[in-house]
Design a protein around this ligand. Structure first.
Ligand code: GLC
Length: 568
């Protein structure tokens, strides 16, 4: 496979609202990111993906865009962003923006004009153009055109007052879906993408993209909950034509600019993988590996999600690795702004420690793929629980709370589901130091800080050689160490003792070099026999999340959550 410039890099996701506030308005801003470039460089980050910071009513925290060309004043100015792009470039770092084009905000001029036209067609007949940017359907027998349930609850249809029409929104009603069947809309989007690429952004993380291809909007699916509706994801499997649309974007925008793209690709079939993320001729450079999220999801709602074990996590990783080996290069994550903190999700609460956090980090970083760190992951930030639903901002969590109650959960059970899976878990402000509000803001933070910031913060870990932060620095350094990077980045992935419980072990094989990763994924110690080929000796211990390693002959005694990387 052709090697690409981005494969050996380290990605980092910034959720700007919660990263660093320099104005005291309680909301993070672009200048805050500029001020932290030193920190990011020391961590070994190259590619910085910034969640949306365009003009937005923030109904879905920026994933509802009202002006694609303008930075929201709460986050700064376009000039701030250009400065960030330049300053990043000077350090060989790349800025990647979030491309949210399945939908825009209902406050976008396009939608406002579409509504005005639909409600008073005679006043601005020329605005019919904008009505065609969206999916507008007549009522069917006085009600919604189909029975699809939106991602954030309720019908995907919202009635347009004064008409007998509805508009489609797969997400929140303030996020009307854009009509990708309309060539004029596609041109608008291509122009916008190219405009940003011309400004010097290196590429995009591409939001919710599998949703842009719709199936027949009159099709009903079998109801899957007592509300009589069916998950709108049914539509994705039914729809035909997504690849051609993604290829259009690739050919008009990404390819001519040699842009880096990482897709938020859910609900993809194996047959589509090569077309979408094939390294040779796919539509995107890479996509996030959500296998572990998908494996435990439940159609019923968060209250029904079963906790994931490390053994199941292992299976998920192995599945993805084997599937992608001949096709392309995934982007690995343990968390993002839509998921709970990885350490809280994958490690039982009683076992949370710096050691277990480093163990999980090792497993993520040593896979074949492009690792993305989500802000705060590098210092081991944990979930932040609430004691009442009133403390929750996330629209998705608020809906899931209602879903849980409607399904018969007690308030305590519903709240437990929210505490486990709320998107606020990862959105609480970045914990910079132990001063008030964790050094995130001098004002009132838009979402409260996790009270554990006095213990878990970047400043406390900066100079502690054993900190989680410094362990992440070791991981990024190993990835870039010329003696090993070829194997770490491009080496094949081969499970070792895959059926052993509580052990996640694998080889990375490069040209003339083999690395072995051994991780004890439980708190009890365990002994692992080294493979035959290693009995000649361990050449080098490249990483160890503890200070000791007990070896006797060809047996290694791993302490609880001990993880090591060996050159054999
Ligand atoms: C993606 C984003 C999520 C957002 C949704 C709608 O899944 O990651 O935060 O709510 O798309 O844009």
């Amino acid at each position: 496979m052709n090697r690409q410039w981005w494969q050996g890099k380290v990605g980092y996701q910034i959720y700007p609202k919660s990263y660093m506030d320099t104005t005291g308005n309680g909301i993070g801003d672009i200048r805050g990111i500029i001020n932290r470039l030193d920190y990011l460089e020391r961590l070994g980050v190259d590619i910085i993906w910034i969640s949306p910071c365009y003009v937005s009513p923030l109904a879905d925290q920026g994933y509802d865009i009202a002006d694609y060309y303008k930075i929201d004043p709460r986050f700064g100015t376009n000039e701030d962003l250009y400065e960030l792009i330049d300053k990043a470039k000077a350090r060989n770092m790349y800025i990647v923006l979030d491309l949210v084009v399945n939908h825009c905000s209902d406050e976008h001029e396009w939608f406002q004009r579409a509504l005005a036209y639909l409600q008073h067609p005679a006043e601005h007949p020329e605005w019919e153009r904008y009505a065609n940017y969206f999916y507008i359907e007549d009522a069917v027998e006085g009600r919604e055109p189909n029975n699809w349930r939106s991602y954030f609850g309720g019908s995907v249809w919202e009635e347009i007052p004064g008409t007998n029409k509805y508009y489609l929104h797969l997400f929140h009603k303030k996020q009307p879906d854009l009509n990708w069947e309309n060539p004029a809309l596609r041109e608008e989007i291509y122009d916008m993408i190219n405009w940003w690429l011309d400004k010097g952004v290196a590429g995009f993380r591409i939001d919710a993209i599998m949703n842009i291809q719709k199936c027949d909007l009159r099709k009903n699916f079998e109801a899957d909950r007592a509300d009589g509706m069916a998950a709108c994801t049914n539509m994705i499997y039914e729809a035909d034509g997504i690849v051609a649309k993604l290829q259009g974007m690739r050919d008009h925008c990404f390819k001519p600019h040699k842009a880096f793209t990482v897709g938020e690709v859910f609900n993809v079939t194996d047959a589509q993988l090569r077309d979408i993320v094939g390294l040779e001729d796919g539509c995107f450079s890479t996509m996030f590996d959500f296998r572990a999220v998908e494996a435990t999801g439940s159609e019923k709602g968060w209250y029904d999600v079963r906790p994931i074990s490390m053994d199941l996590y292992k299976q998920c990783v192995y599945e993805t690795q084997s599937k992608m080996a001949e096709i392309g290069f995934v982007s690995t994550i343990i968390e993002n702004h839509d998921e709970p903190r990885g350490v809280s999700r994958y490690i039982p609460a009683a076992d949370l420690s710096d050691t277990s956090k480093k163990c999980l980090a090792t497993l993520q970083f040593m896979q074949r793929g492009l690792p993305f760190i989500y802000q705060g992951q590098e210092i081991g930030m944990e979930n932040k629980s609430v004691t009442s639903i009133d403390e929750v901002d996330d629209i998705s969590a608020r809906d899931e709370y209602k879903v849980a109650l409607a399904a018969g959960c007690t308030e305590a059970e519903a709240l437990e589901a929210i505490n486990n899976y709320s998107r606020d878990n990862a959105r609480s402000p970045m914990q910079w130091d132990d001063s008030e509000n964790a050094g995130f803001t001098t004002g009132i933070p838009w979402l409260s800080v996790n009270p554990n910031y006095t213990r878990i913060n970047a400043a406390a870990q900066e100079n502690d050689p054993d900190s989680v932060l410094n362990y992440y620095r070791q991981l990024t350094a190993l990835r870039k160490n010329p003696a090993y990077s070829d194997t770490v980045v491009f080496g094949t992935f081969e499970p070792y003792l895959p059926d052993e419980e509580n052990l996640m072990a694998f080889y990375r094989r490069g040209e003339g070099q083999t690395l072995l990763v051994l991780a004890n994924t439980c708190k009890e110690p365990q002994t692992v026999n080294l493979p035959q080929e290693a009995t000649a000796g361990i050449r080098n211990i490249l990483l160890n999340n503890l200070s000791d390693l007990a070896v006797s002959g060809n047996r290694i005694m791993l302490a609880g959550y001990q993880a090591i990387v060996l050159a054999i």
